[in-house]
Design a protein around this ligand. Sequence first.
Ligand code: IPD
Ligand code: CA
Ligand code: CA
Length: 265
Amino acid sequence: MHPLLNIAIRAARAAGNVIVRSMEHVEHLEITTKGRNDFVSDVDRLAEQEIISVIHKAYPEHAILAEESGEEGDNETVWIIDPLDGTNNFLHGFPHFCVSIGIQVRGKIMHAVVYDPMREELFTASRGAGAQLNDRRLRVSKRKTLDKSLLATGFPFKYPEYTAAYHKTFQSLFSQVEDVRRGGSAALDFAYVAAGRVDGYWEIGLAPWDLAAGVLLVEEAGGVVTDFTGSDNYLAHGNVVVGNLPIQQAILEDLTPHLTDELKK
Ligand code: IPD
Ligand code: CA
Ligand code: CA
């Protein structure tokens, strides 16, 4: 295993322990509002500090881009961190959330860890070396048509300006597939595509820390990720269409006519 991935796993497990321990007294946590429907607790911050301290011990010179504390350092290696993806679920005691860590080297995501501490599922990938769930190799699903597919999605609950366009994409896709899941953790949505548990996934407006690790998991499991224009510029707007190749293309084709000009960029 690559040493960087090894440290990322250690950091993710440490953060996972913080999160699971805090589950017991979740109703007493102090919660701050960052934006519309966007909350943060001490657990998010503590988990993030835990991750950063593990990284700094091993690689003091590396740069950090973390959801709660922002950017730090200037280096060709950047650790992109979401200490708790699925904060809303966590705050409601809904046990579906994870820690997400992507390691970018010279602008490319090279290693990825998504850790679900409730199920003790560790999703990992290194570029060119495949994706794993615990010790098992991951492959995206083989379903080829929307009518046989189970999709995942995310609602734009922080961005009311996208609600109308999003509803149109949902209405159109929902009428063609078996069913749609809204789990509430983008990083786990990517991981579930990589594991073949869902056949595809789409969402509007993700942040870099929601998607950095997930994109590599999906690609290394044989899947495809694009933005709404079909290119790989998803870090700029956070709009993603994900899946095995035929399903990813079918979702992209289906949602394109419903997008506003802004979302087509
Ligand atoms: C959110 C979750 C959610 C997605 C949002 C994200 P957070 O992350 O991934 O599923 O729909 O766009 O912001 O705030 O829980 O880390
Ligand atoms: Ca997130
Ligand atoms: Ca988060």
